[in-house]
Design a protein around this ligand. Sequence first.
Ligand SMILES: *[C@@H]1O[C@H](CO)[C@@H](O)[C@H](O)[C@H]1NC(C)=O
Length: 385
Amino acid sequence: MASLSCLVLLSLIFSNFAHSLAGYYTSKPLAYNVPKKPMNVIDSCWRTKSDWAINRKALADCVVGYGKATLGGKYGAIYVVTSPYDDPVNPKPGTLRYGVIQSVPLWIIFARDMVIKLKNELIVNSFKTTDGRGAKVEIAYGPCITIQGVTNVIIHGISIHDCKPGMAGRVRSSPTHVGMRGGSDGDAINVFASSNIWIDHCYLARAKDGLIDVIHASTSVTISNNYFTQHDKVMLLGHNDKFIADKVMKVTLVFNHFGEGLIERMPRVRIGYAHVANNKYDEWKMYAIGGSANPTIFSEGNNFVAPDNRSSKQVTKREATNWQNWKWQSSKDVFINGAYFVPSGYGSSAPLYTRVQSFTVAPGYMVPVLTSNAGPLRCLVGKPC
Ligand SMILES: *[C@@H]1O[C@H](CO)[C@@H](O)[C@H](O)[C@H]1NC(C)=O
């Protein structure tokens, strides 16, 4: 009775809403009528569940696109990082490096917030998930992540920024192998000759080289829900124009937010295939999507906001003169502030996903909502995230 009179009072005060409130209290309680913010298909698979912290491995089932089969550490034990300390040759138990080099599957989580300044590149072994949920985890100010010659790696909810080149020297890549490294380029994440890789909800900014490189015949990769900012050459897919083994490369880029201060390569593709879907582009200095050596690109349901510079409105850039037959197509994209996509080629550039890989691509106008939580999430134990 009290709540009913309260509603009546409210409807008197807010006379504009009186009509709709009357509609509510005669049918069902008000709360059910508050529209929930739509979540994208990856997030709605797990973020609504309050048991995420005791059921962490359920995340591995949520990936869509070419990285769909990525297991990460799904069939391994939980390993807890308790220390930000790093020793590239003889890593100590409790450090991130000790976890990622193991030859058994592991689901790696963090006991507390930490900034990990690596002393050399972090070489990740197969079947590992690095899961930052529940802590604020940064890999920063030193060399960053190398995923080389392996499979089944998930990186979720980590900030990777201000990455420096790796030093020439010895770095352990498994319990039984220490390799002599030539020094890494300074990418935030370098995916080299690897497959079944999923990078989700990371923050990526200010690296010496690229933020994410997927090269040297890597394939079956999904890059989703990441927040990219303050960087020149954002993402390279494909090693070089002569490396024809990259023909196998298939990458899904979905629900990412390309924020302020980015210049080019979101992504830059060579030879292989990229499905670029439902990403938000705030602006770019030079171009958003580019490439060379006849890559195939399907841009679907993205939200492109061009920069104010009248010479940089074009989304696309070809690093060649003879590109008229390259298959680059746009569908359901939204173009704002004069942005435009120059298509080329004939025939379908659709991703031809298997049933389990496929997902519904939303129209581009929904992308600001679908990407509104890109980057690491603040997840509280016992609550939906
Ligand atoms: C506008 O874009 C063009 C082409 O990318 C570039 O050469 C020029 O410097 C830009 N102008 C400004 C003011 O940023």
